[in-house]
Design a protein around this ligand. Structure first.
Ligand code: ATP
Ligand code: MG
Length: 318
């Protein structure tokens, strides 16, 4: 083993030992502290300009690998209880500019989770059937069942993003002309706030992530998608064209986050230039949200326990 590898191996062993010592309470505390810095909550003075797109891992004393592994494990355990309890559900929304890492984040954060308890839905441009309905209709059909985690890869928030940036899309939505007025975006924010409040009141917790990638990093990733044949499929000229509207998108994101981030359904603005770091921050925020839900396995009645013991006795006597 080379000197460098030996060093790495030793560090990994140390990390593993640290990990074993970490109690559940400490882990939850770390997740809370770590994710809180990215939570917008109900801050009405939110501006995107102040939000970092990158973060130096050295600035934080939590090792990336360790935290992600710990986070994924904890998430899986919490999801098991959510599923067993079968009452609450969690809706996790991902929004971002192209190549910000939505797909990778979803894949990694959910990697330890029981697939039966998780549903991922991706939203592209609406079909003509979908355009024949109000814009929440197609999303409502994909809301998570009780006990499940639902992930939206893009969502009804596109209605105040791409639709706002390209107003011709709005004109194609078959909405009665007199309803398209100067208040339309404010109205949509209000509808979305009310919709999420309604979901909360029915047992669905909503968490929203904006993966905040810098324009420079997007450029680097786009070039990589052209240079690497295995990544060509991920890239299209349309993506590059959308990049030309960067400032309009940033304005739309800032407005929507300011207007739809609430205490109960907060936006998290995640620095996304470093993929590993972003994934840890996301996992931490989800763990924190699940912890706040005070989940517990369904209590079994005394009668039921007696019945189970009877069954066990019979099995042993067979
Ligand atoms: P990837 O590129 O990684 O596959 P993606 O989410 O970018 O993932 P695409 O098929 O490239 O998937 O893009 C989906 C497109 O659909 C985006 O440009 C998005 O803005 C657009 N879209 C989503 N919802 C709506 C909507 N309601 N109205 C119009 N366009 C929408
Ligand atoms: Mg795309």
């Amino acid at each position: 083993m080379s000197k460098n590898n030996k060093k790495k191996h030793k560090k990994r062993e140390e990390d593993d030992n640290d990990l074993k010592k970490l109690t559940k309470k400490e882990l939850l505390h770390r997740a809370k502290k770590f994710s809180e810095q990215y939570c917008v909550g109900d801050n009405k003075n939110f501006t995107l300009r102040d939000k970092p797109t990158s973060y130096s891992i050295e600035d934080d004393n939590i090792s990336v690998r360790k935290t992600l592994r710990m986070g994924v494990k904890a998430l899986a355990a919490m999801q098991d209880i959510l599923y067993a309890q079968d009452k609450w559900s969690v809706l996790i929304i991902f929004q971002a500019m192209d190549a910000a890492g939505k797909d990778g984040a979803i894949k990694h954060v959910m990697s330890g989770i029981n697939p039966q308890g998780c549903q991922v839905s991706s939203f592209k441009g609406p079909s003509s059937e979908e355009l024949d309905h109000d814009y929440l209709w197609r999303c409502q059909k994909h809301l998570p069942e009780r006990g499940r985690i639902g992930i939206f890869n893009r969502s009804y928030y596109e209605e105040v993003l791409v639709v706002r940036v390209h107003e011709q899309i709005l004109k194609g939505q078959k909405i009665p002309e007199k309803l398209i007025n100067a208040n339309i975006w404010e109205n949509r924010f209000e509808d979305i706030r009310n919709f999420e409040k309604y979901l909360n009141r029915n047992g669905t917790v909503v968490i929203k992530f904006f993966l905040n990638v810098s324009k420079e990093e997007q450029k680097r990733r786009f070039i990589e998608r052209v240079d690497n044949p295995d990544k060509n499929w991920k890239f299209s000229a349309a993506d590059a064209k959308e990049r030309g509207y960067w400032n309009d998108y940033m304005h739309a994101y800032e407005e929507l986050i300011k207007n739809t981030s609430t205490k109960k359904s907060p936006w998290y603005v995640i620095p996304a230039d470093d993929k590993s770091y972003a994934r840890i921050a996301i996992a931490s925020a989800i763990i924190h949200a699940l912890d706040e839900m005070d989940l517990e396995y369904p209590k079994v009645s005394v009668e039921k326990i007696a019945e189970l013991n009877e069954v066990k006795k019979a099995l042993l006597e067979e």
